[in-house]
Design a protein around this ligand. Structure first.
Ligand code: NAP
Length: 259
């Protein structure tokens, strides 16, 4: 399917690895020029070089912490004109309700709620003015079905979801869509780190922890970054202009709900 977005410019934050990288690659495949971002310069430069070589699109890479004001300013300046914004950042650490103090919540809110909101505030005016834009926020299945050990994530991402629900309706008349993609468990470094937590807590191996978590997913496997990226690119396509303010789960059936 021709997504109809060849020649557009996208900013994909937190995109040297994992789901962000999957989104960047699917957009590159559709002919979209990219600005990529991550904190570590090495893996970011490798990803940028790979995407340039493989798909022949322009790729700018900016090593910066997207959750800081200075990092966001640097990334936005390098990105310039943005038609497509995909927001992402690392997820908060696991724990239990009694662990978390005010500063832990502030950190989580900064990374997983206020950073995507700041990026949208920066990019939406230009999108609205030109009468076309696409925003996809990478959130989590925890928005629909809480993960008790990820209380910081549950809280921050739900706040972002509420903001998007209203804002997406405000910018839709200008041809701009905002939607959220909710990953269930995907085979990325983040999944390995959560598997490691389960393995340590239960005294089992990493492989046993992964098998145990996969048993809870009807598809009996983790998702891939490529599958996730394909959905992201579709939401950014010309075909998705009537999809507004939605929360789309990619979880292999993991969330047991009728709708
Ligand atoms: P990942 O494989 O660990 O990749 C994270 C990417 O984000 C890396 O490129 C990392 O590079 C970059 N990054 C992290 N913090 C950053 C920051 N402050 N500024 C700029 N770049 C940053 O993680 P993932 O699995 O793709 O997860 C992406 C998001 O989806 C996370 O918020 C995660 O919590 C959420 N999620 C993931 C899953 C899953 O199963 N994978 C499920 C639900 C939700 P650097 O480290 O070099 O900065």
């Amino acid at each position: 399917m021709d997504l109809g977005i060849s020649g557009k410019r996208a900013l994909v934050t937190a995109s040297s690895k994992g789901l962000g990288r999957g989104c960047a690659e699917a957009l590159a495949q559709a002919g979209v020029s990219l600005t990529l971002n991550a904190r570590s310069a090495g893996p970011l430069a490798e990803t940028a070089a790979y995407l340039r070589g493989e798909y022949g699109v322009e790729v700018t890479d900016v090593a910066a912490d997207i959750t800081s004001d200075a990092g966001r300013a640097e990334v936005l300046a390098a990105a310039g004109h943005v038609d497509i914004l995909v927001t992402n950042a690392g997820g908060p650490p696991p724990g239990i309700w009694s662990d978390w103090e005010r500063e832990d919540f502030i950190k989580a809110l900064d990374a997983n709620m206020l950073t995507p909101i700041a990026l949208m505030k920066a990019c939406l005016p230009v999108m609205a003015k030109q009468g076309w834009g696409r925003v996809v926020n990478i959130t989590s299945q925890s928005v629909k079905s809480p993960i008790p050990a990820l209380g910081l994530s549950n809280a921050a991402r739900t706040g972002l979801t509420g903001y998007v629900a209203g804002t997406s309706r405000q910018v839709a008349p200008d041809g701009v869509t905002i939607n959220n993609l909710l990953p269930g468990i995907h085979a990325t470094d983040r999944a390995v780190s959560l598997d490691t937590g389960v393995a340590e807590a239960q005294g089992i191996t990493l492989e046993e922890a992964a098998v145990q978590r996969q048993a809870g997913i009807p598809a009996r496997r983790y998702g891939t970054a490529a599958e996730f990226g394909a959905m992201c690119a579709f939401l950014c396509s010309q075909h998705a202009g009537f999809i507004v303010g939605q929360n789309i789960l990619l979880d292999g059936g993991g969330v047991n709900a009728t709708i």
